[in-house]
Design a protein around this ligand. Structure first.
Ligand code: IMP
Ligand code: MG
Length: 491
């Protein structure tokens, strides 16, 4: 670990793919090093799985450093985060239940405040737009922010301001609600995440007084944790060891991903730094977590290297884990049929959504998108889940695409059928027409889960890493061969 962190004071952990690459493990891994752990983007849509001994923790909103709270680590929910008090309370209960403390939790006074109306609209719109959102209100919260209608955490502490802004906000939303049947609104509000219907009002749809009541209870609970965290982070920059915890992945960034299948905050290093009050040049080391040599995606949107293509996308949209396990118990990472091989990899990697439980779509590592991602997140990579393909006979890397669509006018340039693309255009209408071109490598066919030195990794595996490094101009700093802290190989 020492050779990794050197003299660094500020380290960020972000994802170069569509999320779920194992950021939680690395935030936890660096948690021993850090004095402060801060989140800057996303909200309860994130799901970070952390294993400690036999215990598995899934956090959505609490920074993963919370499990180090006992040693005095400060955990920050930054100004860029969509803060949902209900979820945070629930997670604090889990933390307490494990005998851990949460005494050093700080919440930005400027974090975007998630309200019942946001969850309601997210879920109503999803029934129509089919983006595959996590239903946590993320799109509507950030929409409110940029449309100058949002509420922030400190509003909750000032009852009159809260009430005025809340009434204006909801009034503005009524035209959206009018597009949906009353029974449907009632049904959504009955969800446990919306406290089982307490906010429903027969006449006005939403009981604003009830929202005020519930949020003033939240305010009472959280008030001593709320502060100007941007200022706090800035003051400690260069003095304290600061760890920035990303959420989602670069390809889901609202600024860098492909509309409309993205989340609504900027999940790149830039968004993360901004969301804690810094800019990316303040960060000494950005670790771009990258699953290899397969990838996953949850929700809708193009995924060129998906094993089984559209059949897989459709399957993952409708399946639950237990049914899949029954029906496809015979599949492995070497199944002949691509669709089945995708399921085999899902089983081997336990690739099911931490927030939604959905099967994650699986496919091969895509270098054109990795090149794109590292232009923004930088060249330093952590390759995770390498052990998942220990038994695999052949590893396929997508090295480029062939464009298969109609002419696509890009201004000075026009994409034409048959064009070769080496760095991805992360645009839904382009990506969905890209056919991957693969280079095959022989698998290493041995157990890597107990290896601790880079030199001891199988040569076949190191050869593929060398290829990726050269092809994408990146440095692999860490290889991860299992979920545990000690299954981490620092180069
Ligand atoms: P939202 O963030 O809930 O609005 O969802 C928008 C898209 O981002 C959907 O495709 C989600 O599946 C995806 N998404 C959001 N959060 C995560 C995450 O933490 N991991 C992976 N995908 C995510
Ligand atoms: Mg996740």
């Amino acid at each position: 670990m020492k050779k990794l962190v050197k003299d660094y004071k500020t380290i960020a952990v972000v994802c170069n793919q569509w999320g779920d690459t194992g950021k939680g493990k690395f935030v936890d891994f660096l948690g021993d090093w850090a004095d402060i752990v801060a989140r800057g983007t996303g909200g309860a849509n994130a799901g970070h799985t952390i294993c400690i001994g036999k215990d598995k923790y899934i956090f959505h909103l609490l920074p993963s450093g919370i499990i180090h709270d006992g040693k005095g680590t400060i955990n920050i929910i930054g100004s860029g985060v969509a803060f949902d008090p209900r979820v945070t309370l629930e997670e604090i209960d889990i933390v307490k239940g494990h005998g851990l403390s949460y005494g050093n939790l700080m919440i930005s006074q400027d974090a975007k405040l998630v309200l019942p109306i946001h969850l309601l609209i997210d879920r109503l719109k999803e029934s129509r737009d089919k983006i595959g959102t996590t239903g946590r209100g993320i799109g509507p919260v950030y929409t409110d922010h940029v449309s100058r209608k949002g509420l922030i955490v400190k509003d909750m502490l000032n009852k009159d301001i809260f009430e005025r802004k809340l009434r204006a906000n909801i009034k503005d939303k009524l035209s959206i609600l009018k597009g949906f049947k009353k029974e449907m609104i009632k049904e959504v509000l009955d969800h446990e995440h919306l406290l089982n219907g307490v906010f429903y009002d027969e006449e006005n749809l939403l009981d604003i007084d009830k929202i005020i009541e519930v949020y003033s209870e939240y305010a009472e609970f959280f008030k001593n944790m709320i502060d100007d965290t941007d200022e706090f982070v800035r003051q400690n920059l260069g003095n304290k060891k600061l760890l920035l915890e990303g959420a989602q992945g670069l390809l889901l960034s609202v600024d860098y991903g492909g509309y409309p299948f993205v989340t609504s905050s900027d999940s790149s290093i830039e968004g993360l730094a901004k969301g804690v009050g810094l800019n990316k040049n303040d960060v000494d080391l950005t670790l771009g977590i990258t699953k290899a040599f397969f990838m996953t995606r949850v929700g809708e949107g193009p995924f060129p290297t998906e094993l089984g293509g559209l059949k897989s996308a459709e399957w993952c949209r409708t399946q639950v884990k237990t049914d899949e396990e029954k029906e496809y118990s015979h599949t492995t990472v070497n199944s002949e049929d691509e669709f089945e091989q995708g399921i085999g990899i899902r089983f081997a990697g336990s690739e099911y959504g931490a927030t939604t439980g959905r099967p994650r779509r699986t496919g091969w590592l895509d270098l054109p998108v990795l090149k794109y991602a590292t232009r923004i997140n930088g060249p330093n990579l952590v390759l995770t889940k390498l052990d998942v393909l220990d038994d695999c006979n052949t590893i396929r890397l997508c090295t480029k695409y062939e464009y298969m669509g109609e002419d696509y006018n890009l201004g000075k340039k026009t994409l034409k059928k048959g064009d070769i693309i080496k760095t991805a255009y992360v645009d839904t209408d382009i990506l969905k027409n890209c056919k991957p071109i693969y280079k095959d490598f022989p698998g290493w066919k041995s157990d890597t889960t107990n290896i601790s030195e880079y030199e001891d990794l199988p040569q076949n595996l190191k050869d593929i890493i060398d290829y990726v490094e050269k092809e994408c101009n990146v440095n692999v700093l860490i290889a991860s061969v299992g979920p545990k802290r000690n299954q981490t190989i620092i180069r």
